[in-house]
Ligand binder design. Structure first.
Ligand SMILES: Cc1cc2nc3c(=O)[nH]c(=O)nc-3n(C[C@H](O)[C@H](O)[C@H](O)COP(=O)(O)OP(=O)(O)OC[C@H]3O[C@@H](n4cnc5c(N)ncnc54)[C@H](O)[C@@H]3O)c2cc1C
Length: 315
């Protein structure tokens, strides 16, 4: 394989977490990893520190708005420079637009929202959810470069792996046909669920919205965030912004405590990457119990207050 081109992203002058995750995914595949970011060479240098073998600063200011029109010629120039036969993007607002636009322009294909990547005979194979999260499809590519967008939190950034490669710059850019009139940040209070080392999530089995107060108390003690299944969000018990799963947030905390959540495939799609899963469920046959490292088979109303008391004693 000739190499992998990662399309990194930055927010407020610093690399976005997806950039490290993409570099981690690329390094797992092997081959030379070149990462491109819109911005100056100092920003591109951060990609080397994040583990990329080489970095390219795409300096044209037309890229600032993150439109596919502007990015396509920049990526084409980077491909000409690197000869990469795999392009990885995040499943972000940029990647969702740029992946298909790039595939069309290059006469190749894109696999969207991938959660696993591997090489088979030197060719990329990508795994993604299918049939509303009830199945996983593995897809291959006939043409080069193979393009894949990667779901957030599906891969870890490389640990302490600062590369020593070179930084170059390109000025290519297209003319955007859309104009971005403004952007706004989603409001969050406390720690973002995607970044929390501990997530305590509740499901339909909680019985009512009030029970989430207990989960919030437990999450606070563990310095974590509170999440919910879609069933609980649909019932209006918890904000949709905290929904975990296929159509919600993807999380990969050190500890995921699933309280009264059955473990439907669509929920698992958002938290299966958690390092340690603890299930609190009345049903010993629930899927969440089966995939958990530790399970407590009991009514959560007995367990959660007891856990809170015990953790308070340790504090
Ligand atoms: C296209 C599509 C996308 C979807 N996206 C998502 C998504 O992003 N996220 C998501 O979560 N779901 C999603 N779903 C819905 C998903 O299929 C499930 O319906 C949902 O996850 C079920 O939520 P739940 O586990 O909270 O509820 P249930 O499946 O009803 O499970 C409740 C659990 O609580 C347990 N329980 C009951 N009482 C107690 C008690 N007192 N103490 C302890 N345990 C108790 C039960 O044993 C059971 O295991 C999606 C579905 C589709 C079709």
């Amino acid at each position: 394989m000739a190499g992998i081109l990662v399309i990194a992203e930055a927010v407020d002058g610093a690399l976005a977490p997806i950039s490290g995750e993409l570099i981690g995914a690329a390094k797992k595949l092997g081959g030379t990893v070149t990462a491109l970011v819109a911005g100056n060479e100092a920003l591109a240098q951060q990609l080397i520190s994040a583990g990329a073998d080489n970095a390219i600063a795409a300096t044209n200011s037309a890229l600032a708005d993150g439109t596919a029109d502007a990015y396509v010629p920049a990526v084409q120039a980077a491909l000409a420079q690197t000869g990469a036969d795999v392009v990885l993007l995040g499943q972000t607002s940029l990647g969702r637009d740029l992946g298909p636009a790039l595939a069309f322009k290059l006469g190749t294909a894109v696999a969207m929202d991938c959660v696993e990547l591997k090489l088979d005979g030197g060719k990329l194979r990508a795994t993604r959810s299918a049939y509303g999260g009830n199945a996983r499809a593995e897809v291959g590519f006939r043409n080069s470069p193979a393009i894949a967008t990667v779901k957030a939190k599906s891969f870890d950034a490389p640990e302490g792996a600062a590369g020593s490669g070179s930084v170059s710059s390109i000025d290519a850019a297209g003319t955007p046909r859309v104009r971005v009139t403004g952007t706004s940040k989603a409001e969050t209070t406390g720690i973002r669920i995607e970044d929390a080392p501990v997530v305590v999530s509740g499901g339909r089995g909680l019985g009512d919205a009030d029970a989430f107060k207990q989960l919030e108390a437990l999450a606070d003690l563990l310095k974590g965030a509170t999440g919910a299944s879609r069933a609980a969000c649909d019932l209006g018990w918890y904000p949709p912004s905290q929904q975990v799963g296929l159509t919600g947030k993807t999380v990969s905390p050190n500890l995921y405590i699933a309280v009264a959540i059955s473990g439907a495939s669509q929920h698992m799609a958002g938290m299966a990457g958690s390092k340690n899963i603890v299930a609190i469920n009345k049903d010993a046959d629930a899927n969440m119990v089966k995939v958990s490292k530790f399970a407590i088979i009991e009514d959560y109303k007995k367990i959660v207050p007891a856990l809170i008391e015990e953790i308070k004693k340790l504090a």
